[in-house]
Design a protein around this ligand. Structure first.
Ligand SMILES: [Zn+2]
Length: 73
């Protein structure tokens, strides 16, 4: 199984569903992805949501890909 560890930016407002479509960054393992997400969340100049202007929050997420299952099935 191949896993990919990525960081995504979400709007921090509970009233807004905005999620950035592109992944912010891809990390080599879960620990790295998690600590990078924490680091991004601590940056003073955070990105703002283009829809409502709230701050963005960063989360790590894992994509598990089974090489024996073809894409699209
Ligand atoms: Zn928003």
């Amino acid at each position: 199984m191949i896993s990919r560890f990525k960081i995504r930016a979400y709007c921090s407002s509970p009233r807004c569903e905005y999620v950035q479509k592109e992944d912010v960054i891809e990390a080599i393992n879960y620990e790295t992805a998690y600590s990078l997400a924490q680091l991004y969340n601590e940056l003073p100049s955070k990105q703002r949501c283009p829809e409502c202007g709230e701050r963005m929050a960063y989360y790590s997420h894992t994509i598990v890909k089974d090489p024996f299952v073809a894409d699209g099935i």
